[in-house]
Design a protein around this ligand. Structure first.
Ligand code: FES
Length: 155
């Protein structure tokens, strides 16, 4: 009776230790090179803007994404922008706290823009300081609503 081990089968190719080691070496080399190049390319090449082509405006969401009573921090040109949809309309401010530069967030329960670092609080309609250490209001940013779409920037 004939043995059916893989060592005796002529149709199966065995991978030698040397071949497997070469494969591992090649794989690690490619992984190392890719791991070094990809972050560099990510730094040098700006991310494609899906919102380009609206004049100076950038589409940041819809009124369904940010319904009345809600706020959201969105990246615009690499900077965090606070967009708030209130009963008074849609407002936008720089989300960078004027105290020490932490990123603010909207608290829908308190209906206030909050800085988590030192509990600075800003008015969500005007951006003025309500309490805490921030020395200045949040910088106001032009915002417009076209249909359901919310745009940041001038048209
Ligand atoms: S950084 Fe915002 S309150 Fe201090």
């Amino acid at each position: 009776m004939e043995s059916t081990t893989s060592a005796t089968r002529p149709d199966k190719k065995l991978v030698s230790r040397r071949g497997f080691s070469r494969f591992l070496l090649g794989f690690s080399f490619i992984s190392t090179v890719a791991g070094a190049i990809i972050p560099i390319l990510g730094y040098l090449l700006p991310p494609p803007s899906a919102n380009a082509g609206n004049g100076g405006r950038v589409l940041v969401g819809t009124t369904k994404d940010i319904p009345i009573g809600q706020g959201k921090v969105v990246p615009v040109a690499g900077k965090p922008v606070m967009v708030i949809n209130s009963n008074d309309g849609v407002h936008a401010f720089s989300a960078i706290c004027t105290h020490l530069g932490c990123i603010c967030m909207y608290d829908p329960v308190r209906k206030m823009i909050i800085c988590p670092c030192h509990d600075g609080q800003f008015n969500p309609v005007t951006g003025v300081v309500v309490s805490g250490p921030p020395p200045k209001p949040l910088a106001s940013i032009a915002v417009s609503v076209d249909g359901d779409n919310i745009f940041i920037g001038e048209a």
